[in-house]
Design a protein around this ligand. Structure first.
Ligand code: FES
Length: 151
């Protein structure tokens, strides 16, 4: 796992601006309500497959085929806020069109790795995401693959 500071200025500022664009495009995306404790965020386990965005933490929470994932909203290529295309069932970057599967796996485009995953675990009826710990698929492939919850 890589320690990461999501409070660093330029990336957070850029994504905050870009989130306004995402909100208008991805209507079927649910808005997350999280309980924060330090770097951790607690979310209710989604009852069905879908995509939920926590704008404050810049986390994309996905339930897909009995697994849950927490992704960084930023595209791994140049940090553009990714969008979910519900009709196509995948993520796409609006800047250079990189495409990703619902589990964050890279499909095509300018990016050179899959979507970055946050550490995630299940506690009772909640998913706990640590936004200070995230992994990149190309640097830590085993940790990236393990950063999920089987439901
Ligand atoms: S910023 Fe996403 S593909 Fe370039």
């Amino acid at each position: 796992m890589t320690d990461h500071c999501f409070t660093c200025g330029s990336r957070r500022q850029f994504l905050s601006q870009a989130l306004g664009i995402v909100a208008g495009i991805a209507r079927p995306v649910r808005e997350a309500i999280a309980v924060a404790s330090g770097s951790e965020r607690r979310y209710p386990v989604p009852a069905a497959d879908g995509v939920t965005i926590d704008r404050g933490a810049q986390v994309v929470l996905v339930r897909h085929q009995m697994r849950a994932y927490a992704f960084a909203l930023a595209c791994p290529h140049q940090n553009t806020a990714l969008k979910w295309l519900p009709k196509d069932g995948r993520f796409q970057c609006p800047k250079h069109d990189s495409r990703y599967q619902p589990d964050g796996a890279f499909v095509s485009g300018h990016a050179t790795r899959s979507m970055d995953r946050f550490a995630i675990r299940k506690e009772s009826d909640a998913l706990v995401v640590d936004v200070a710990r995230w992994v990149q698929s190309d640097r830590e492939p085993a940790d990236w693959a393990a950063a999920r919850v089987d439901l």
